[in-house]
Ligand binder design. Structure first.
Ligand code: FES
Length: 100
């Protein structure tokens, strides 16, 4: 279960939705490193990639929960459960996202 995109498809500070098979994943380039977590907010059914990225924290647009893109941890309520973390491997221009 993996997906590969081009690094040029990622804009620093702008989250991107990538489908890994049938699973929506939120991918972001932060300080030159790419991170990926499950795109569906663990509080309810909202797409995290439509939210705003502040440093390594992505804020859900629906009720304001924040998740750490580096770990998936839910750091701000109302979400409490972590988002699933995905592995990201950068090889030249290729960015491969896979399930841990
Ligand atoms: S759906 Fe994300 S905080 Fe409620």
């Amino acid at each position: 279960m993996k997906a590969t995109i081009k690094k040029s498809e990622l804009t620093p500070g702008v989250p991107k939705l990538v489908m890994v098979d049938d699973t929506p994943v939120c991918v972001a380039l932060i300080d030159g490193e790419a991170f990926a977590i499950g795109d569906t907010c663990t509080h309810s059914d909202a797409s995290l990639s439509e939210g705003e990225l502040n440093g390594s924290l992505i804020e859900c647009w629906l009720h304001g929960a924040e998740f750490d893109m580096r770990t998936g941890e839910a750091v701000t309520p109302p979400a409490t459960a972590p988002a699933k973390k995905f592995d990201v491997h950068i090889d030249g221009e290729d960015v491969t996202i896979s399930r841990t």
